[in-house]
Write a protein that binds this ligand. Structure first.
Ligand code: 5GP
Ligand code: MN
Length: 335
């Protein structure tokens, strides 16, 4: 399907499902609800379906109340997916990233529209707006609305608040190298359209529970290991730690960055003993390929400097596997 065909088809009201990767983050939800708040203005019937729940600090996003969660409303989700004319797949590159929902999306006759910035997307889509150099999927949603669909006037305050959130969170608060001059110009446009930048920063970053802050202190004091000889650091979090501090979805977000913020550290890992499996988050600086480690050893992938994976092995053994890899990567880590 080319752009002209897509535009033509979207000129009439359609049944549209929007979905995004499991455990959605600020970019995933900002992109999904940004696109939702745009599409409804053209009379489409739109349903956002997330594969799993997501952090409470994102629940203020405009029209968050319209989102359904696949694991909580499975039958209804399947019906929407089967009946859809279009399924927008945002901020993920393979159907495996939406868990069981992927089977139903794959089987649906709907046209699949991929909007994403992850490496190596799998070929499951009918149309894509994809660019790995984009700072966020929210940036690509902005381009989709303003440049591809040529409807910048439909970037309402609601759309702007959502897209600002996506760009803010995925660019590390406008810090990462992908935050180009063009990104700042888009952000300026979003603020002109009503994005409430100061309030959004507060809602996202100054919104921790006391438990979450004390958990952070616990992790930094008792769970951080620094391997200076490899320029690497690790924070590990056990199931008991999660329980002790009543840790909720989203509460561990950003934790790995503290390990990376230590002077000289090139690779930081966060290893968490989740109830179902052990989850890893890796962050690196420069050319060090965190995604290669995740792909090769931990059934995952991601970007060069921000990647993740998971393992069904016991928690202690996953920690040991990570430590054992450090000598293998020593020369790259010391570069
Ligand atoms: P996080 O560490 O925040 O969970 O994930 C960072 C990035 O790594 C995500 O944006 C995503 O691109 C990637 N990622 C995380 N977990 C996985 C995974 O299990 N599989 C793949 N392919 N990528 C992942
Ligand atoms: Mn993203």
């Amino acid at each position: 399907m080319n752009l002209a065909e897509l535009k033509e088809s979207l000129s009439q009201p359609k049944k549209i499902v929007i979905t995004t990767h499991h455990k959605p983050d600020g970019d995933a939800m900002g992109s999904s609800l940004g696109l939702y708040n745009y599409l409804i203005q053209n009379g489409h019937h739109v349903q956002v379906i997330t594969p799993t729940d997501y952090p409470i600090f994102l629940h203020w996003l405009p029209n968050n109340g319209e989102v359904i969660i696949y694991t909580e409303q499975e039958e209804q989700s399947k019906e929407f997916i089967a009946a859809a004319d279009f399924i927008f797949c945002l901020d993920f590159n393979a159907l495996s990233r939406i868990n069981e929902m992927g089977e139903w999306v794959g089987a649906s006759a709907a046209k699949k529209i991929l909007i994403d910035h992850h490496l190596d997307p799998v070929d499951f889509d009918d149309f894509r707006h994809w660019r790995v150099s984009a700072c966020s999927t929210a940036q690509l949603i902005y381009e989709f609305i303003a440049d591809l669909m040529q409807e910048p006037e439909l970037i309402s305050k609601d759309v702007a608040d959502c897209l600002y959130t996506g760009i803010l969170t995925d660019s590390g608060s406008f810090k990462y190298p992908t935050t180009t001059a063009e990104v700042h110009l888009i952000v300026a446009e979003l603020i002109k359209k009503g994005a409430d930048n100061y309030r959004i920063h507060q809602l996202i970053y100054d919104n921790s529970s006391e438990d979450r802050l004390r958990f952070l202190g616990h992790c930094l004091s008792n769970r951080l290991e620094v391997f200076s000889e490899f320029n690497a650091a690790l924070i590990w979090v056990s199931k008991a730690d999660l329980e002790q501090f009543n840790i909720l979805t989203g509460d561990t977000e950003g934790l790995v960055n503290y390990a990376l913020s230590i002077n000289g550290i090139r690779l930081a890992a966060l290893i968490i003993e989740r109830p179902d499996r052990v989850k890893l988050s890796l962050r690196s600086t420069g050319d060090f390929p965190a995604n290669e480690i995740c792909k090769k050893y931990f059934n995952g992938g991601g970007h060069r400097n921000a990647a993740g994976g998971a393992s069904d092995d016991p928690f202690e053994s996953v920690i040991q596997q990570f430590k054992n890899l450090l000598p293998t990567y020593k020369s790259l880590l010391l570069q």
